[in-house]
Ligand binder design. Structure first.
Ligand SMILES: Cc1cc2nc3c(=O)[nH]c(=O)nc-3n(C[C@H](O)[C@H](O)[C@H](O)COP(=O)(O)OP(=O)(O)OC[C@H]3O[C@@H](n4cnc5c(N)ncnc54)[C@H](O)[C@@H]3O)c2cc1C
Length: 358
């Protein structure tokens, strides 16, 4: 089941769930790794809004897991990915959101410094009673035309048009701006993404918001893309995801928590998503992406801006998101795994995903 199925089912009731921002992503994978959505700042991550899981364990038995039954596993499933069992049912909290106000904006290269400033500002917004609002903010670079452009997909609960939470973006001279009031279903319907992607590499790290440093990262990335511009079918994107303090405050105050243990502080997750066409370039592009990411992360460490947090949904295969969780949480997850999956069925035999090591 995809999030679009969920938004479609909730549409007649004027309700919304915290799930995916595009159309084709599945409910299980995203819920089990965290879940970056437009409404995180107010209602937390997708994982924070799962009220109950039905889980098939490694020994074949099925249990229901919630705040009172198997509460240890309930916590571990909130970010612990596919290391504990197969979830056959997710019961989700929903919210009264009959309409959303959306904005799609695009800017040419001259708008990018202000664009990144607005991204950093969005991470720092920390109101007591926030309006649920969030975005997809990315920069693409066309290696043939040498033109970079930025784009924003912004969503806010309610009918205020244009959406007030994106005023800093709307103030940037844009080459496209489409504001609409619609439902979560109609919005998601238009945002198709590939069901399967081949030859794409993600690499990501996290930084405290600093517009100058983020802009410097973008410039270094763009120059580095030029170095591999002969790679056939090169499709480079610099993506930013915002962690507003409210997003982690939910997990800190709901009596359950999640495995991330993130503080309620503003963060920017920066990511390179790099696509290419041919097998012969696999090693070259993968090495490029990894080395560039490590180089930029070293700069943020040096500047005292780095966070160890790595989001599984944005990470590359070469990264280990568990290293960025608090060590005591990882130990606790391993104890919980020993209790529910003593033979390590899901750590040894389950293909794909990030594994919780021993
Ligand atoms: C185009 C694109 C857009 C994205 N946008 C977002 C976004 O907006 N927000 C965000 O947070 N992330 C986003 N992601 C990342 C996404 O959340 C992860 O890729 C996620 O793992 C996808 O889940 P899935 O169920 O679709 O995938 P799958 O490939 O089906 O599953 C992913 C992992 O979950 C495990 N799994 C699947 N089903 C179950 C189950 N029932 N029980 C236990 N384990 C299971 C699988 O073993 C696998 O390891 C995006 C990814 C892409 C490619």
């Amino acid at each position: 089941m995809t999030w679009y199925d969920v938004y479609s089912a909730l549409d007649p009731y004027g309700r919304a769930a915290v799930g995916d921002r595009l159309k084709t992503i599945g409910v299980p994978g995203l819920s089990l790794i965290g879940g970056w959505h437009y409404f995180n700042n107010k209602w937390g991550f997708a994982m924070d809004n799962v009220l109950s899981y039905d889980v098939v364990l490694g020994n074949g038995t099925q249990i229901t897991v919630n705040k009172t039954e198997h509460s240890d596993l309930f916590w571990a499933l909130k970010g612990g990915a596919n290391n504990f069992g197969i979830v056959t049912k997710f019961a989700l909290k929903t919210f009264d959101v009959p309409k959303i106000s959306t904005t799609i904006q695009a800017y040419n290269e001259s708008g990018i410094p202000d664009f990144l400033k607005a991204v950093c500002h969005a991470a720092k917004l920390d109101e007591q009673d926030p309006i649920a609002a969030g975005m997809v903010a990315s920069i693409s670079y066309n290696v043939t035309t040498k033109a970079a452009s930025a784009s924003l997909l912004g969503v806010q609960e309610g009918t205020e048009r244009p959406p007030s939470q994106f005023a800093n973006f709307s103030a940037i001279p844009s080459i496209m701006k489409i504001d609409k009031v619609q439902t979560m279903k109609t919005w998601a319907q238009a945002l198709d993404s590939p069901k399967q992607m081949f030859r794409v590499m993600y690499s990501h790290k996290t930084i405290k918001p600093d517009p100058q440093v983020l802009y410097m990262f973008y410039k270094i990335w763009k120059e580095a893309v030029d170095e591999i511009s002969d790679v056939q079918g090169l499709y480079p994107t610099f993506v930013t995801n915002v962690h507003a303090p409210g997003a982690s405050r939910v997990g800190k105050t709901n009596g359950v928590g999640n495995v991330w243990g993130l503080e309620a502080e503003p963060l920017i997750l920066w990511q390179f998503s790099t696509g290419w066409a041919l097998e012969q370039d696999d090693l070259r592009v993968q090495t490029w992406s990894r080395q560039l990411t490590e180089k930029l992360h070293a700069i943020s460490v040096e500047k005292g801006l780095a966070s160890d947090f790595i989001y599984m949904g944005d990470a590359g295969e070469w990264q280990d998101p568990f290293l960025g969780f608090p060590a005591e949480n990882v130990l606790r997850m391993r104890e919980i795994r020993s209790a529910y999956d003593p033979k390590g069925t899901f750590s040894r035999l389950n293909w794909g995903g990030f594994k919780l090591g021993v």
